[in-house]
Design a protein around this ligand. Structure first.
Ligand code: GUN
Ligand code: FE
Length: 424
């Protein structure tokens, strides 16, 4: 057994549905006991030390020990084109995204990018993610093969698109079905890998492809399904033109078997009341991608959805402008402010950990509790002179944490653990 000493913060409730301050248990001098990759105890340092007198001690001082961050929607193949200037969604995809994704037919390029991306994620305290790959099956192999030696729980799937994309990036309804099925058979449940059925979004799939993937999902009910929903006004209009018989954007997915409790709907910004009601009824998850939504100019997500819909937080890199879930929490705070709501720091931390875990139906990560896998991030709450100065003025836990949420980056990440192993 190893004991990690530091401040600990664990959620006992969902801070969007209960009082945020009352939703956490905090120990100023806390300890996390880790054995064989799992958390075996969390509590006041004295109590945990008494229970494990022989344990090896790693003292993180006043640093804050949290569950590792979980990025619930990312495009790892877009790592090299992050921060591309001047376009909105459809032009951005055609100008920057598709040419970069075309490079992933080369297995060596895919492997190199997967390695780079996972190291960046760990540097930023992100221990798990749910990623789109490219249309190439080899891009899925690359991310799972890179995740395995790091011990990381990664969700990923082949991005399917059979229209409105360049020739070299198009599959077909049949090949999307066959390739996705083969990848799921090979990888789903292999170690900590999970396969995700991944139609890119309605405009790049024919109705036949959407139906084929809907059929595959019903054959693989354990798998998650991820896509994009109602991100930008032009996109929604395009979906209306392409699917004139659909009641709305979500209805396109529903009529092709792509709406369910294990569905993850990225962005979900410009939803109708009917769409919100359907997502709520079926128990689907929406994923908030705040830095992407400002960077590509998409709009302001309604955080009020988190009261009734499982909601994850995500970078959406490279539409998102940063790999850091701290920067992403800051952007979520700012967007909520523009909508008249001040998110509590507890709500922001929840979104990046347990909120994303719940969106992914993952029960062994995102929580600082006995029995969970020891995927952890250790935050230095005084990582720069300005943050340190604000931290020194703090009277409460939340005043101490909030400057790091708003101004912190990878310098605030003192350590990242994956299944109990220090990664930095
Ligand atoms: N919609 C369809 N594909 C994408 C993508 O790669 N990024 C974002 N942000 N939105 C999308
Ligand atoms: Fe995306």
């Amino acid at each position: 057994t190893t004991l990690l000493l530091g401040q600990t913060l664990a959620f006992t409730d969902d801070p969007f549905r209960a009082d945020p301050v009352g939703s956490v248990t905090h120990h100023t001098h806390g300890a996390v006991a880790v054995d064989a990759g799992r958390i075996t105890a969390v509590g006041p340092a004295e109590t945990v030390r008494a229970a494990y007198p022989q344990a090896q001690i790693i003292d993180h001082g006043d640093n804050l020990i949290l569950p590792g961050f979980i990025d619930a929607h990312v495009h790892y193949p877009q790592t090299a084109m992050i921060a591309s200037w001047g376009k909105r969604l459809i032009d951005w995809l055609n100008t920057y995204t598709f040419p970069e994704e075309a490079r992933f037919r080369d297995p060596a390029y895919a492997a190199r990018t997967a390695d780079t991306y996972l190291d960046l994620a760990l540097d930023h305290g992100t221990t798990s993610m749910c990623s789109f790959a490219t249309v190439h099956p080899v891009s899925v192999e690359a991310i799972f093969e890179a995740a395995a030696p790091r011990g990381m729980a990664v969700w990923a799937g082949k991005t399917c698109m059979d229209r409105n994309a360049p020739d070299k990036l198009r599959d077909t309804a049949q090949s999307a079905y066959d390739d996705s099925k083969a990848l799921a058979a090979k990888w789903h449940g292999q170690g900590r890998a999970s396969y995700v059925i991944t139609p890119r979004f309605a405009p790049t799939s024919t109705p036949e492809q959407l139906s084929a993937l809907g059929a595959l999902w019903s054959e693989l009910p354990d798998c998650l399904m991820q896509t994009h929903l109602s991100e930008q006004a032009d996109e929604i209009e395009w979906v209306r033109d392409l699917f004139p018989e659909a009641r709305d954007y979500l209805d396109v997915y529903e009529t092709h078997g792509l709406l369910g409790a294990r569905g993850l709907y990225g962005h979900s910004i410009h939803l109708t009341d009917r769409e919100i009601a359907r997502l709520t009824d079926v128990g689907a998850a929406v994923i908030h991608c705040p830095t992407s939504n400002t960077f590509i100019g998409s709009g302001l997500f309604d955080m009020g959805l988190a009261r009734t819909i499982r909601t994850g937080l995500a970078t959406d890199t490279g539409g998102g402008s940063n790999f850091s879930m701290l920067r992403t929490m800051a952007a979520a705070y700012e967007i909520a402010q523009l909508r008249g709501q001040a998110l509590h720091p507890a709500q922001l931390l929840y979104l990046a950990t347990e909120g994303s875990a719940r969106a992914l139906h993952a029960t062994d990560i995102g929580r600082l509790i006995a029995g969970a896998t020891a995927d952890l991030v250790v935050l230095d709450l005084a990582s720069t002179p300005v943050i340190a100065q604000r931290h020194a003025q703090a009277d409460t836990l939340w005043e101490a944490v909030f400057p790091t949420i708003m101004m912190g980056d990878d310098r605030a990440v003192a350590q990242t653990y994956v299944a109990g192993r220090a990664m930095l």
